[in-house]
Design a protein around this ligand. Structure first.
Ligand code: 13P
Ligand code: SF4
Length: 315
């Protein structure tokens, strides 16, 4: 597997310049587990959506450089309204987060006035502002179960909704009806069977954004950082990983004594890969592009994120 996405020597020189500039600016670099290796290597913290949101709270850095996709950087901004949050590439978007529009959400709220609204963190700030609580793949079932209503409007991922429905007695109303992440949704049972044939001793660990059939066939379903924790604690030495393939670098780096194989070699999030080390350097230098949100949206979206933080700490 080719880890680095360019000439290693050039990337190492660039990494040194990024680290120097980061110190000069008193910046912090937060990177998602799917980022390319050279970005993970310069980051102060690498994690899943929940961990990154937690890291964004109360940082004493003057500048947050967020290497992930749009909704993640927005979450960091909502949690730090007084801080500057910049991204390497403005066009690194999560297509699934854009599948839930405000009109659909407001219609569902009108149709089910007695329901609470729990939105996956993979949504945009405008929609988050309408949620009673936000959730991530690490806590979706817990947050839905904590709602004080038997009915919960949930979106936008149909596969995460399947995962939640299996773990709750609440009525789950999905908005929109067919939201999904194509990177995970397109992984097939055929690819899983092939990987199992090639690695018969490996445990299968998948993300809840995978289709129900793959969830059912897995040994473990977890968020990206949940995968790392599980693989570290498991006695197994080999794992087939059903998520975006950037995760394999993180797993191999943290657990070099174990072996990891992708469930599908096609599981690449093009948006996550739009960020490069070069763009990080330029973004730090220019302190742009900066995430800006309308104050009123920011304030209302904070409520749902804080509710998640509070509920996810319980138990
Ligand atoms: P995690 O929160 O599990 O890292 O997932 C984020 C994501 O975008 C999955 O595709
Ligand atoms: Fe969005 Fe899927 Fe990419 Fe995650 S992997 S950021 S859900 S498109």
């Amino acid at each position: 597997m080719r880890f680095y996405t360019g000439n290693k020597k050039t990337l190492m020189e660039l990494a040194e310049r990024v680290l120097k500039l980061k110190d000069e600016k008193n910046a912090v670099i937060l990177a998602h587990n799917y980022q390319v290796p050279e970005i993970q290597d310069v980051a102060d913290f690498v994690g899943d959506s929940l961990e990154l949101a937690r890291m964004a709270v109360g940082t004493d850095a003057d500048l947050i450089l967020f290497a992930g996709v749009d909704f993640m950087a927005e979450t960091a901004k909502i949690l730090n309204p007084e801080k500057r949050v910049v991204v390497p590439e403005r066009d690194a978007r999560c297509p699934m987060a854009e599948m839930l529009d405000l009109k659909t959400l407001l219609r569902a709220k009108r149709e089910h006035p007695d329901a609470r609204v729990v939105l996956y963190v993979n949504t945009m700030a405008e929609e988050k502002a309408e949620a009673d609580a936000v959730c991530t793949s690490a806590n979706a079932d817990k947050i839905v179960n904590a709602m004080d209503s038997d009915k919960v409007i949930f979106g936008p991922d149909q596969n995460l909704a399947y995962y939640v429905k299996k773990r709750t007695s609440k009525e789950v109303i999905l908005v929109p009806e067919n939201g999904m992440c194509s990177v995970h949704h397109n992984m097939s049972l055929e690819e899983l069977s092939k990987a199992k044939e090639q690695h018969p001793d490996a445990e299968v660990v998948v993300h809840p954004e995978c289709i129900p059939e793959i969830q059912e066939a897995a040994d473990r379903i977890a968020s990206t950082s949940g995968m790392l924790r599980y693989c570290s604690e498991s006695d197994s030495r080999e794992f087939i990983i059903g998520t975006e393939n950037g995760m394999l670098y993180r797993l191999k780096k943290e657990l070099p004594e174990k072996s990891f194989y992708p469930l599908s070699k096609n599981a690449i999030c093009e948006n996550m890969k739009k960020n490069t080390l070069d763009k990080i350097f330029t973004a730090l230098q220019r302190e742009a592009p900066e995430i800006m949100l309308p104050e009123e949206v920011q304030g209302r979206a904070l409520g749902g994120i804080e509710r998640m933080m509070e509920l996810s700490k319980r138990g």
